[in-house]
Design a protein around this ligand. Structure first.
Ligand code: ATP
Ligand code: MG
Length: 567
C-alpha cells in the first residue's frame, strides 16, 4: 500500500474527550472516528488491525471444530419472552418496533437466536455435539459508554454456542474452547491472564474470563503469588479467617462527636482500623432491611452480596430516611448491639473480638464489643472484596492484585436456555432429552483497544506484529529530488510485496520529522529509512518500533525480508 492513497488522518493533538491512552492514540493515529456516544467508525488503517484480529480468531475457531454462521442483529421479542429475558435485560437492550408495531431488539447477545436455530434443525443426538460461532456486531446501551472501543455501545463480538447431550460433553468442549482461547491470545501477542469469573446474568455454572493486563483496566484481578489461583475480584473468594479470639474487654460507650466513619473513629481512639466494624444497611429479599457488618478496613463485594439468598439483587442501599426511622439514629453511628434488623457479618467481621462499632446513638461508639455476649451471634458469609496480601483461598501463597481488560469470557450454561426455550433432541434410546449448552465470547473490537493500552510508549502505538496494520514501513527521504532513493525504495517495496510482506510505502513526500512522528504514532513494527547518505554506503537505516535506536543494515532485500518475517 502507498500512504498517499490511504485515508490516515493522523494528528499531534491529544483529543480533549479521550481519557484513556488507547483511546487517545487510536484517534490520533486515525484508526477510528467517533460518530456518537459509544459509536465508532473504523478507518482504513484501523480496519486492517480489526481484520487481522478477526482472521486469527476465525482460524483458531475453525481449527477447534466450530462452524461459522451469521445471525441477524435484529431479533424478535418473542424469543426473549420465551427465555424470560425480555423483562430482565432492562435498558441495556435497545428495543425497537417495526412498521407493524411488533417488538424487536438489537441483539446484545445471541443465546436465544441460536437456541431457536438449533431447535429448528437439530433433532437427534447424532447431530451433537455442535459448536456454532459468528463474528458480528452487538448493541448494548451501556450506562457509561467510554474509553472508545473499550466500552462502546455498538461493538464486534465473536460469540460461539455449543450444544451437548450431557455435562461431560459440555465439559470437554469447554476445555477445548479454553485451549483455543489460549492459542488465540498467544497468537495475538498480548500479556493476558485467565481468571475465574462470576457468571452474571447469563447464569449457569463454571465460567472464566480472559483479561489483557493493563494498569488502566476496569477489572481488578486477584492472583496468587505462589499457586495457580486467579479470579476476578468480583468472584474471588476470601480465605476463612482463623478462629475468633477470646474476649477480654467490657463493652463501653465512648463519645465520638462528629466521627461518622470508621477511619475517623479509629484515629480518634488511636486503634487499628481493622478492629472496627461498619454496618451497611441494604434491602432484603423479604422486603425488610438487613445490616451487613464489615470490618472498617474492608470493602463490600456487591456481586457476592447479590448472590446471597437474603440480599436483594440488584443491591440497594437503604435510604438515609428509612435508616433513621428504623434505627432512630443517623447512619455513621450504627452498631450491632440492640440492632433493630437482622445482621449478616462478613467472615472477617464475624471473627473479631473486642471490636468497635456504632452505639446506635449519634456521636457515640461502643468499644470492647463481642458477638454472642453483647449482641446475637450473626449469620456469617463471604461478603467482602479480597485484598492485596490476603492469603490465597487455595492455600498457596498470598493474593496480588492486577488490573485487567476483559477480552474473553467462557461459560458452561447448562440447560438454562435449552430448557426455557424447550429445545429437545432424541437420545440413543429415542427418549427426548434437553441438551446442555456452553457459550464463548471474545470482544473482538475491544481487543484492538486493549492491545494499544498494553503496547504503547510516549511516541505512540507499538503493535504486536501479528495484528499490526502493516509489518514494514518504508520511509524514503527526499523522494522528489533523489532518483537513487526513489529507485531503491521502489525496488524494496516491490521485493517486500512479492515476498508477501504487508508493506506500507510513505510516498507522501513529507519532511522526515513529520514522517517519523507518524511512523512512531502508527506503530508499524519494522521501519526502513531509505536516504542518500546510507545508500552511498550500500545501506539502509533500520529501526524496530520496540527498540530505541536505529541501526544501519546492508541494502539487501532478502536479508531484510527475513528479518521482518522473523518478527
Ligand atoms: P463487561 O463486564 O466488560 O461489561 P460482559 O461481561 O458484559 O462485559 P460478555 O457478555 O461476557 O460481556 O461479552 C463477551 C465479551 O464482549 C466481553 O468479554 C468483552 O470483551 C466484550 N464486550 C462486552 N461489552 C462490551 C462493550 N460495551 N464494548 C466492547 N466490548 C464489549
Ligand atoms: Mg463477561
Amino acid at each position: 500500500m502507498r500512504f498517499s492513497g490511504m485515508l490516515v488522518p493522523t494528528s499531534r493533538e491529544t483529543p480533549a474527550d479521550a481519557e484513556l491512552v488507547s483511546h487517545q492514540l487510536m484517534l490520533r493515529a486515525g484508526l477510528i472516528r467517533k460518530l456518537g456516544s459509544g459509536l465508532y467508525s473504523w478507518m482504513p488503517m484501523g480496519l486492517r488491525v480489526l481484520h487481522r484480529i478477526t482472521a486469527i480468531v476465525r482460524e483458531e475457531m475453525d481449527r477447534a471444530g466450530a462452524q461459522e454462521v451469521l445471525l441477524p442483529a435484529i431479533q424478535p421479542a418473542e424469543l426473549w419472552q420465551a427465555s424470560g429475558r425480555w423483562d430482565v435485560m432492562g435498558p441495556l437492550m435497545l428495543r425497537l418496533k417495526d412498521r407493524h408495531k411488533r417488538d424487536f431488539c438489537y441483539g446484545p447477545t445471541h443465546e436465544e437466536v441460536i437456541t431457536d436455530l438449533v431447535k429448528q434443525d437439530v433433532r437427534s443426538w447424532k447431530q451433537l455435539p455442535i459448536n456454532l460461532y459468528q463474528i458480528q456486531t452487538k448493541f448494548r446501551d451501556e450506562t457509561r459508554p467510554r474509553f472508545g472501543l473499550m466500552r462502546a455501545r455498538e461493538f464486534i463480538m465473536k460469540d460461539a454456542y455449543s450444544f451437548h447431550v450431557d455435562g461431560e460433553g459440555l465439559a470437554r468442549e469447554y476445555a477445548n474452547m479454553r485451549a483455543t482461547y489460549q492459542r488465540i491470545f498467544d497468537r495475538l501477542g498480548v500479556d493476558y491472564r485467565v481468571v475465574q469469573a462470576d457468571s452474571g446474568d447469563i447464569g449457569g455454572t463454571g465460567s472464566e474470563e480472559f483479561h489483557v493486563l493493563a494498569g488502566a483496566g476496569e477489572d481488578a484481578l486477584a492472583v496468587s503469588d505462589a499457586g495457580d489461583y486467579a479470579a476476578n475480584v468480583e468472584a474471588a473468594a476470601c480465605a476463612s479467617p482463623g478462629p475468633r479470639p477470646a474476649s477480654s474487654a467490657e463493652a463501653e460507650e465512648v463519645a465520638t462527636p462528629g466521627k461518622a466513619t470508621c477511619e475517623d473513629v479509629a484515629e480518634l481512639l488511636g486503634i487499628p482500623l481493622e478492629t472496627t466494624i461498619k454496618l451497611l444497611v441494604v434491602e432484603g429479599t423479604d422486603g425488610g432491611l438487613l445490616a451487613l457488618a464489615l470490618r472498617g478496613d474492608h470493602e463490600l463485594n456487591e456481586v457476592k452480596a447479590e448472590r446471597h439468598p437474603r440480599i436483594k439483587s440488584p443491591l440497594k442501599l437503604a435510604e438515609r430516611e428509612r435508616i433513621k426511622e428504623v434505627f432512630d439514629c443517623e447512619a455513621g453511628y450504627l452498631g450491632v448491639r440492640d440492632c433493630p434488623i437482622p445482621v449478616i457479618a462478613d467472615h472477617s467481621a464475624g471473627a473479631l473480638a473486642d471490636f468497635v462499632c456504632g452505639a446506635n446513638r449519634v456521636d457515640y461508639h461502643l468499644r470492647g464489643v463481642n458477638w454472642g455476649r453483647d449482641c446475637p451471634e450473626p449469620e456469617v458469609a463471604d461478603l467482602r472484596n479480597v485484598r492485596e496480601g490476603d492469603p490465597s483461598p487455595d492455600g498457596q501463597g498470598s493474593i496480588r492484585l492486577l488490573r485487567g481488560i476483559e477480552v474473553g469470557h467462557i461459560f458452561q450454561l447448562g440447560d438454562k436456555y435449552s430448557k426455557a426455550m424447550e429445545l429437545t433432541v432424541l437420545d440413543a434410546g429415542s427418549q427426548s432429552i434437553t441438551p446442555v449448552m456452553g457459550c464463548y465470547g471474545i470482544g473482538v473490537s475491544r481487543i484492538a483497544a486493549a492491545v494499544v493500552e498494553q503496547c504503547h510508549d510516549e511516541q505512540g502505538i507499538c503493535w504486536p506484529q501479528a495484528i499490526a496494520p502493516f509489518e514494514l514501513l518504508i520511509c524514503p527521504i527526499g523522494l522528489d529530488r533523489s532518483e537513487a532513493v526513489r529507485d531503491a525504495a521502489e525496488a524494496l517495496y516491490e521485493a517486500a510485496r512479492a515476498a508477501g510482506i504487508e508493506v506500507l510505502m510513505d510516498d507522501r513526500g513529507l519532511r522526515p520529522g513529520v514522517m517519523f512522528a507518524d511512523s512512531e504514532l502508527l506503530g508499524i513494527p519494522h521501519r526502513v529509512v531509505v536516504g542518500d547518505k546510507a545508500l552511498a554506503d550500500g545501506e539502509y537505516e533500520y529501526r524496530r518500533r520496540s527498540e530505541a535506536d536505529a541501526i544501519r543494515i546492508p541494502a539487501d532485500h532478502d536479508a531484510l525480508i527475513d528479518r521482518v518475517r522473523a518478527g
